[in-house]
Design a protein around this ligand. Structure first.
Ligand SMILES: *Cc1c(COP(=O)(O)O)cnc(C)c1O
Length: 392
Protein backbone atom coordinates (compact mmCIF):
# COMPACT_ATOMS: atom_id res chain seq x y z
CA UNK A 1 0.00 0.00 0.00
CA UNK A 2 2.86 2.41 0.80
CA UNK A 3 4.28 1.99 -2.71
CA UNK A 4 0.93 2.81 -4.29
CA UNK A 5 0.43 5.85 -2.08
CA UNK A 6 3.80 7.15 -3.27
CA UNK A 7 3.20 6.58 -6.97
CA UNK A 8 -0.21 8.26 -6.67
CA UNK A 9 1.57 11.47 -5.67
CA UNK A 10 4.90 11.17 -7.54
CA UNK A 11 3.62 10.58 -11.03
CA UNK A 12 5.51 11.52 -14.20
CA UNK A 13 3.39 14.63 -14.82
CA UNK A 14 5.25 17.39 -16.69
CA UNK A 15 4.20 20.91 -15.66
CA UNK A 16 4.61 23.81 -18.10
CA UNK A 17 8.26 24.96 -18.31
CA UNK A 18 9.20 27.07 -15.29
CA UNK A 19 6.00 26.28 -13.36
CA UNK A 20 6.91 23.34 -11.20
CA UNK A 21 3.80 23.31 -8.99
CA UNK A 22 2.66 20.10 -7.29
CA UNK A 23 -0.93 19.84 -8.61
CA UNK A 24 -1.46 19.23 -12.34
CA UNK A 25 -3.12 22.07 -14.22
CA UNK A 26 -6.88 22.11 -14.78
CA UNK A 27 -7.62 22.35 -18.50
CA UNK A 28 -11.14 22.84 -19.79
CA UNK A 29 -12.26 22.80 -23.40
CA UNK A 30 -14.84 21.86 -25.94
CA UNK A 31 -12.91 23.15 -29.00
CA UNK A 32 -9.23 22.44 -29.40
CA UNK A 33 -7.90 24.44 -32.36
CA UNK A 34 -5.89 22.72 -35.11
CA UNK A 35 -3.06 24.68 -36.75
CA UNK A 36 -3.91 23.60 -40.32
CA UNK A 37 -6.56 21.76 -42.33
CA UNK A 38 -4.06 18.94 -42.79
CA UNK A 39 -3.71 18.61 -39.01
CA UNK A 40 -7.52 18.67 -38.61
CA UNK A 41 -7.97 15.98 -41.27
CA UNK A 42 -5.09 13.90 -39.90
CA UNK A 43 -6.28 13.99 -36.27
CA UNK A 44 -5.75 10.74 -34.35
CA UNK A 45 -8.85 9.82 -32.38
CA UNK A 46 -7.51 6.45 -31.32
CA UNK A 47 -4.44 7.22 -29.24
CA UNK A 48 -3.48 9.84 -26.71
CA UNK A 49 -0.84 11.31 -28.99
CA UNK A 50 -2.74 14.57 -29.37
CA UNK A 51 -5.92 16.41 -28.53
CA UNK A 52 -8.97 16.45 -30.80
CA UNK A 53 -12.01 17.69 -28.88
CA UNK A 54 -12.69 18.30 -25.18
CA UNK A 55 -15.13 15.40 -24.99
CA UNK A 56 -12.32 13.00 -25.88
CA UNK A 57 -9.75 14.24 -23.41
CA UNK A 58 -7.69 17.14 -22.08
CA UNK A 59 -4.29 17.19 -20.35
CA UNK A 60 -6.19 17.03 -17.03
CA UNK A 61 -8.31 13.98 -17.88
CA UNK A 62 -5.37 12.20 -19.54
CA UNK A 63 -3.35 12.76 -16.35
CA UNK A 64 -6.13 11.31 -14.21
CA UNK A 65 -6.50 8.35 -16.59
CA UNK A 66 -2.78 7.60 -16.28
CA UNK A 67 -2.93 7.73 -12.49
CA UNK A 68 -5.96 5.46 -12.22
CA UNK A 69 -4.32 2.95 -14.59
CA UNK A 70 -1.18 3.07 -12.38
CA UNK A 71 -3.25 2.69 -9.21
CA UNK A 72 -4.91 -0.47 -10.53
CA UNK A 73 -1.81 -2.02 -12.08
CA UNK A 74 -3.44 -1.71 -15.51
CA UNK A 75 -2.25 -0.06 -18.72
CA UNK A 76 -5.22 1.87 -20.11
CA UNK A 77 -7.98 3.86 -18.44
CA UNK A 78 -11.16 5.46 -19.76
CA UNK A 79 -13.03 7.97 -17.59
CA UNK A 80 -16.82 8.22 -17.56
CA UNK A 81 -19.29 10.48 -15.72
CA UNK A 82 -20.22 7.98 -12.96
CA UNK A 83 -19.48 4.52 -11.60
CA UNK A 84 -22.72 3.27 -13.09
CA UNK A 85 -21.71 4.72 -16.49
CA UNK A 86 -18.53 2.61 -16.26
CA UNK A 87 -20.62 -0.56 -15.81
CA UNK A 88 -22.90 0.51 -18.66
CA UNK A 89 -19.98 1.36 -20.98
CA UNK A 90 -18.49 -2.13 -20.57
CA UNK A 91 -21.84 -3.68 -21.50
CA UNK A 92 -22.34 -1.43 -24.52
CA UNK A 93 -18.76 -1.90 -25.75
CA UNK A 94 -18.71 -5.70 -25.57
CA UNK A 95 -22.24 -6.99 -26.15
CA UNK A 96 -24.47 -7.27 -29.19
CA UNK A 97 -27.90 -8.79 -29.84
CA UNK A 98 -27.83 -12.55 -29.19
CA UNK A 99 -25.07 -12.38 -26.57
CA UNK A 100 -25.50 -13.25 -22.91
CA UNK A 101 -23.86 -11.83 -19.78
CA UNK A 102 -23.59 -13.30 -16.30
CA UNK A 103 -23.89 -11.13 -13.17
CA UNK A 104 -23.36 -12.13 -9.53
CA UNK A 105 -26.66 -12.40 -7.68
CA UNK A 106 -25.22 -10.16 -4.94
CA UNK A 107 -23.97 -7.49 -7.40
CA UNK A 108 -24.46 -3.72 -7.21
CA UNK A 109 -28.22 -3.39 -7.91
CA UNK A 110 -28.09 -0.99 -10.89
CA UNK A 111 -25.73 -3.41 -12.73
CA UNK A 112 -28.61 -5.91 -12.63
CA UNK A 113 -31.32 -3.41 -13.54
CA UNK A 114 -29.32 -2.17 -16.59
CA UNK A 115 -29.25 -5.80 -17.80
CA UNK A 116 -32.99 -6.21 -17.09
CA UNK A 117 -33.83 -2.91 -18.81
CA UNK A 118 -31.71 -1.69 -21.73
CA UNK A 119 -29.66 -4.84 -22.42
CA UNK A 120 -32.77 -7.06 -22.48
CA UNK A 121 -34.51 -4.59 -24.81
CA UNK A 122 -31.47 -4.72 -27.12
CA UNK A 123 -31.73 -8.53 -27.40
CA UNK A 124 -28.94 -9.27 -24.91
CA UNK A 125 -29.87 -11.84 -22.27
CA UNK A 126 -28.50 -12.19 -18.75
CA UNK A 127 -28.37 -14.74 -15.94
CA UNK A 128 -27.50 -14.27 -12.29
CA UNK A 129 -25.01 -16.64 -10.63
CA UNK A 130 -23.99 -17.39 -7.05
CA UNK A 131 -20.61 -15.66 -6.69
CA UNK A 132 -19.70 -17.90 -3.73
CA UNK A 133 -20.06 -21.05 -5.85
CA UNK A 134 -17.72 -21.29 -8.88
CA UNK A 135 -19.55 -24.49 -9.95
CA UNK A 136 -22.76 -22.45 -10.31
CA UNK A 137 -20.94 -20.01 -12.58
CA UNK A 138 -19.43 -22.92 -14.58
CA UNK A 139 -22.92 -24.41 -15.03
CA UNK A 140 -24.36 -21.13 -16.30
CA UNK A 141 -21.66 -20.37 -18.89
CA UNK A 142 -23.10 -21.08 -22.32
CA UNK A 143 -22.28 -20.71 -26.02
CA UNK A 144 -23.70 -17.15 -26.02
CA UNK A 145 -21.81 -15.96 -22.92
CA UNK A 146 -19.63 -13.01 -23.81
CA UNK A 147 -19.21 -11.11 -20.52
CA UNK A 148 -18.98 -12.23 -16.89
CA UNK A 149 -19.18 -9.64 -14.11
CA UNK A 150 -17.51 -10.14 -10.75
CA UNK A 151 -17.79 -7.98 -7.67
CA UNK A 152 -15.64 -8.28 -4.54
CA UNK A 153 -17.18 -8.32 -2.05
CA UNK A 154 -20.90 -8.51 -2.90
CA UNK A 155 -22.78 -5.23 -2.60
CA UNK A 156 -24.57 -4.86 0.77
CA UNK A 157 -24.02 -8.45 1.96
CA UNK A 158 -20.21 -8.35 1.56
CA UNK A 159 -19.51 -12.03 0.76
CA UNK A 160 -15.93 -12.23 -0.54
CA UNK A 161 -15.73 -14.41 -3.68
CA UNK A 162 -12.84 -16.60 -4.84
CA UNK A 163 -11.97 -14.49 -7.90
CA UNK A 164 -9.16 -16.74 -9.23
CA UNK A 165 -11.57 -19.73 -9.06
CA UNK A 166 -14.33 -17.80 -10.87
CA UNK A 167 -11.87 -16.64 -13.55
CA UNK A 168 -10.58 -20.22 -13.90
CA UNK A 169 -14.15 -21.46 -14.45
CA UNK A 170 -14.55 -18.95 -17.29
CA UNK A 171 -11.19 -19.84 -18.86
CA UNK A 172 -11.98 -23.59 -18.68
CA UNK A 173 -15.37 -23.20 -20.36
CA UNK A 174 -15.48 -25.61 -23.33
CA UNK A 175 -18.01 -23.76 -25.45
CA UNK A 176 -16.16 -20.52 -25.01
CA UNK A 177 -17.45 -17.81 -27.32
CA UNK A 178 -15.24 -17.67 -30.45
CA UNK A 179 -14.34 -14.09 -29.56
CA UNK A 180 -13.59 -15.14 -25.98
CA UNK A 181 -15.42 -14.41 -22.74
CA UNK A 182 -14.38 -11.21 -21.00
CA UNK A 183 -14.27 -11.04 -17.20
CA UNK A 184 -14.98 -7.62 -15.66
CA UNK A 185 -14.74 -6.69 -11.98
CA UNK A 186 -16.57 -3.93 -10.15
CA UNK A 187 -13.50 -2.95 -8.11
CA UNK A 188 -14.98 0.02 -6.24
CA UNK A 189 -14.45 -1.63 -2.83
CA UNK A 190 -10.84 -2.74 -3.48
CA UNK A 191 -10.15 0.63 -5.14
CA UNK A 192 -6.83 -0.65 -6.50
CA UNK A 193 -5.49 -0.76 -2.92
CA UNK A 194 -6.81 -3.98 -1.33
CA UNK A 195 -5.70 -6.29 -4.18
CA UNK A 196 -4.53 -6.19 -7.80
CA UNK A 197 -7.42 -7.24 -10.05
CA UNK A 198 -5.21 -7.99 -13.05
CA UNK A 199 -2.87 -10.25 -11.06
CA UNK A 200 -5.99 -12.21 -10.04
CA UNK A 201 -6.74 -12.76 -13.75
CA UNK A 202 -9.45 -10.20 -14.48
CA UNK A 203 -9.63 -8.57 -17.94
CA UNK A 204 -11.37 -5.33 -16.94
CA UNK A 205 -11.53 -3.41 -13.66
CA UNK A 206 -14.23 -0.82 -13.17
CA UNK A 207 -14.41 1.67 -10.31
CA UNK A 208 -16.81 4.27 -9.05
CA UNK A 209 -14.23 7.03 -8.54
CA UNK A 210 -17.15 8.69 -6.74
CA UNK A 211 -16.16 6.62 -3.70
CA UNK A 212 -12.52 6.35 -2.51
CA UNK A 213 -10.54 8.19 -5.21
CA UNK A 214 -12.74 11.29 -4.78
CA UNK A 215 -13.20 10.77 -1.05
CA UNK A 216 -15.06 14.05 -0.72
CA UNK A 217 -18.65 12.96 -1.47
CA UNK A 218 -18.69 15.85 -3.94
CA UNK A 219 -18.05 14.34 -7.38
CA UNK A 220 -19.46 11.56 -9.56
CA UNK A 221 -17.06 9.72 -11.87
CA UNK A 222 -16.14 6.23 -13.02
CA UNK A 223 -13.23 4.45 -14.68
CA UNK A 224 -12.71 1.43 -16.91
CA UNK A 225 -9.17 0.00 -16.74
CA UNK A 226 -7.61 -2.73 -18.90
CA UNK A 227 -4.18 -4.20 -19.54
CA UNK A 228 -5.10 -5.46 -22.99
CA UNK A 229 -4.79 -2.98 -25.86
CA UNK A 230 -7.47 -4.56 -28.10
CA UNK A 231 -9.97 -4.62 -25.24
CA UNK A 232 -9.13 -1.04 -24.37
CA UNK A 233 -9.85 0.03 -27.96
CA UNK A 234 -13.28 -1.63 -27.87
CA UNK A 235 -14.10 0.33 -24.70
CA UNK A 236 -12.45 3.54 -25.91
CA UNK A 237 -14.21 3.67 -29.31
CA UNK A 238 -17.59 2.98 -27.73
CA UNK A 239 -16.80 5.76 -25.23
CA UNK A 240 -16.18 8.16 -28.13
CA UNK A 241 -19.38 7.14 -29.93
CA UNK A 242 -21.61 7.59 -26.88
CA UNK A 243 -20.04 10.85 -25.67
CA UNK A 244 -19.26 9.87 -22.08
CA UNK A 245 -16.64 12.59 -21.45
CA UNK A 246 -15.84 14.11 -18.04
CA UNK A 247 -15.15 17.76 -17.14
CA UNK A 248 -11.85 19.24 -16.00
CA UNK A 249 -13.16 20.49 -12.65
CA UNK A 250 -14.43 17.05 -11.68
CA UNK A 251 -11.15 15.45 -12.79
CA UNK A 252 -9.31 17.98 -10.63
CA UNK A 253 -11.32 16.94 -7.55
CA UNK A 254 -10.44 13.29 -8.09
CA UNK A 255 -6.75 14.11 -8.70
CA UNK A 256 -6.76 15.95 -5.38
CA UNK A 257 -8.47 13.05 -3.62
CA UNK A 258 -5.89 10.55 -4.90
CA UNK A 259 -3.16 12.21 -2.81
CA UNK A 260 -4.79 11.17 0.46
CA UNK A 261 -6.59 8.06 -0.75
CA UNK A 262 -4.30 5.37 0.70
CA UNK A 263 -4.33 7.08 4.11
CA UNK A 264 -8.12 7.47 4.09
CA UNK A 265 -8.56 3.87 3.00
CA UNK A 266 -6.35 2.60 5.86
CA UNK A 267 -7.98 4.85 8.49
CA UNK A 268 -11.55 3.99 7.50
CA UNK A 269 -10.59 0.30 7.24
CA UNK A 270 -9.20 0.29 10.82
CA UNK A 271 -12.23 2.16 12.20
CA UNK A 272 -14.63 -0.22 10.45
CA UNK A 273 -12.88 -3.33 11.80
CA UNK A 274 -13.04 -1.90 15.32
CA UNK A 275 -16.75 -1.11 15.06
CA UNK A 276 -17.58 -4.44 13.39
CA UNK A 277 -15.83 -6.44 16.12
CA UNK A 278 -17.62 -4.41 18.81
CA UNK A 279 -21.03 -4.72 17.09
CA UNK A 280 -20.60 -8.50 16.72
CA UNK A 281 -20.79 -8.70 20.55
CA UNK A 282 -24.00 -6.64 20.95
CA UNK A 283 -27.04 -8.64 22.12
CA UNK A 284 -29.27 -7.17 19.35
CA UNK A 285 -26.99 -8.40 16.53
CA UNK A 286 -27.18 -11.92 15.04
CA UNK A 287 -24.10 -11.58 12.84
CA UNK A 288 -21.76 -9.00 11.36
CA UNK A 289 -20.92 -9.20 7.66
CA UNK A 290 -17.41 -7.89 7.03
CA UNK A 291 -14.79 -9.83 5.04
CA UNK A 292 -12.05 -9.31 7.66
CA UNK A 293 -14.18 -10.86 10.45
CA UNK A 294 -13.59 -14.61 10.93
CA UNK A 295 -16.83 -16.42 10.06
CA UNK A 296 -18.03 -13.79 7.58
CA UNK A 297 -18.68 -15.46 4.18
CA UNK A 298 -15.47 -15.62 2.16
CA UNK A 299 -13.24 -14.52 5.05
CA UNK A 300 -10.54 -17.10 4.22
CA UNK A 301 -10.46 -15.98 0.57
CA UNK A 302 -10.27 -12.35 1.67
CA UNK A 303 -7.32 -13.25 3.91
CA UNK A 304 -5.56 -14.99 1.01
CA UNK A 305 -6.10 -12.27 -1.61
CA UNK A 306 -6.37 -8.90 0.20
CA UNK A 307 -4.35 -6.43 2.21
CA UNK A 308 -7.28 -4.16 3.13
CA UNK A 309 -10.99 -4.26 3.84
CA UNK A 310 -12.49 -0.81 3.05
CA UNK A 311 -15.14 0.95 5.14
CA UNK A 312 -18.31 -1.11 4.68
CA UNK A 313 -19.94 -3.47 7.20
CA UNK A 314 -23.43 -4.87 7.44
CA UNK A 315 -25.21 -5.77 10.66
CA UNK A 316 -27.78 -8.56 10.59
CA UNK A 317 -30.14 -8.11 13.52
CA UNK A 318 -31.61 -10.94 15.60
CA UNK A 319 -34.95 -12.27 14.25
CA UNK A 320 -37.00 -10.28 16.80
CA UNK A 321 -35.71 -7.11 15.12
CA UNK A 322 -38.05 -6.91 12.13
CA UNK A 323 -38.27 -4.00 9.68
CA UNK A 324 -40.02 -1.63 12.12
CA UNK A 325 -37.38 -1.92 14.86
CA UNK A 326 -34.52 -1.77 12.36
CA UNK A 327 -36.01 1.39 10.82
CA UNK A 328 -36.29 2.87 14.34
CA UNK A 329 -32.60 2.03 14.91
CA UNK A 330 -31.63 3.86 11.69
CA UNK A 331 -33.85 6.85 12.48
CA UNK A 332 -32.22 7.10 15.94
CA UNK A 333 -28.66 7.41 14.60
CA UNK A 334 -27.33 10.96 14.68
CA UNK A 335 -23.79 10.81 13.25
CA UNK A 336 -24.57 8.10 10.68
CA UNK A 337 -26.66 9.86 8.04
CA UNK A 338 -29.24 7.95 6.01
CA UNK A 339 -28.21 7.82 2.39
CA UNK A 340 -26.54 6.11 -0.53
CA UNK A 341 -22.90 6.04 -1.58
CA UNK A 342 -19.91 5.49 0.72
CA UNK A 343 -16.19 6.14 1.33
CA UNK A 344 -16.76 9.82 2.01
CA UNK A 345 -15.83 11.75 5.18
CA UNK A 346 -19.26 11.33 6.78
CA UNK A 347 -20.55 8.01 8.09
CA UNK A 348 -23.69 6.69 6.37
CA UNK A 349 -26.15 3.84 6.79
CA UNK A 350 -29.22 2.35 5.13
CA UNK A 351 -31.53 -0.61 5.86
CA UNK A 352 -31.95 -3.20 3.07
CA UNK A 353 -34.53 -5.91 2.39
CA UNK A 354 -32.09 -8.58 1.12
CA UNK A 355 -34.58 -11.31 0.01
CA UNK A 356 -36.17 -8.74 -2.34
CA UNK A 357 -32.77 -8.05 -3.95
CA UNK A 358 -31.62 -11.58 -4.83
CA UNK A 359 -32.71 -14.97 -6.09
CA UNK A 360 -30.25 -17.10 -4.03
CA UNK A 361 -31.52 -18.08 -0.54
CA UNK A 362 -30.88 -15.70 2.35
CA UNK A 363 -30.42 -17.54 5.67
CA UNK A 364 -31.25 -14.66 8.06
CA UNK A 365 -34.60 -13.58 9.52
CA UNK A 366 -33.74 -10.22 11.14
CA UNK A 367 -33.26 -6.92 9.32
CA UNK A 368 -29.97 -5.77 7.78
CA UNK A 369 -28.30 -2.36 7.98
CA UNK A 370 -25.27 -1.48 5.90
CA UNK A 371 -22.85 1.07 7.36
CA UNK A 372 -20.23 3.14 5.58
CA UNK A 373 -17.73 4.32 8.19
CA UNK A 374 -16.38 7.82 7.61
CA UNK A 375 -13.54 9.79 9.17
CA UNK A 376 -15.16 10.76 12.48
CA UNK A 377 -13.71 9.64 15.85
CA UNK A 378 -14.45 5.92 16.34
CA UNK A 379 -15.54 6.43 19.98
CA UNK A 380 -18.21 8.92 18.84
CA UNK A 381 -19.48 6.54 16.15
CA UNK A 382 -19.64 3.67 18.65
CA UNK A 383 -21.57 5.81 21.15
CA UNK A 384 -23.99 6.81 18.39
CA UNK A 385 -24.67 3.17 17.46
CA UNK A 386 -24.99 2.21 21.15
CA UNK A 387 -27.69 4.83 21.84
CA UNK A 388 -29.60 3.85 18.66
CA UNK A 389 -29.47 0.15 19.65
CA UNK A 390 -31.09 1.09 22.97
CA UNK A 391 -33.93 2.87 21.14
CA UNK A 392 -34.51 -0.02 18.72
C1 LIG B 1 -21.54 3.48 -5.96
C2 LIG B 1 -21.22 2.26 -6.72
C3 LIG B 1 -21.31 2.24 -8.11
C4 LIG B 1 -21.84 3.40 -8.92
O1 LIG B 1 -21.16 4.58 -8.74
P1 LIG B 1 -21.89 5.98 -9.07
O2 LIG B 1 -20.75 6.90 -9.32
O3 LIG B 1 -22.70 6.32 -7.87
O4 LIG B 1 -22.71 5.78 -10.29
C5 LIG B 1 -20.97 1.07 -8.76
N1 LIG B 1 -20.56 -0.01 -8.09
C6 LIG B 1 -20.44 -0.03 -6.75
C7 LIG B 1 -19.98 -1.27 -6.05
C8 LIG B 1 -20.78 1.10 -6.02
O5 LIG B 1 -20.70 1.08 -4.68
Amino acid sequence: MSETSTTLIHHPYKPPAGFDAIPPGVYKASTIAFPTVAALRGRDWKHKTGYTYGLHGTPTTFTLEERIATLEGGKHCTLVPSGLAAVVLVGMALLKAGDELLIPDNAYGPNKTFAQGELAAWGISHRFYDAMNPADLAAKLGPKTRLVWLEAPGSITLEFPDMPALVAAVKAHKNAHPAGIVTALDNTWGAGLAFNAFDLGLDISVQALTKYPSGGADVLMGSVVTRDEALHHLVHFCHMRVGYGVGGNDAELVLRGLNSMALRYAAQDAATRELAAWLAGRPQIATMLHPALPGSPGHETWKRDCTGAACLMSAVFKPEFGPERVDRFCDSLKLFKLGYSWAGPMSLCAPYDIPALRSTPWPHKGGLVRFSVGLEAVADLQADIAQALEKA
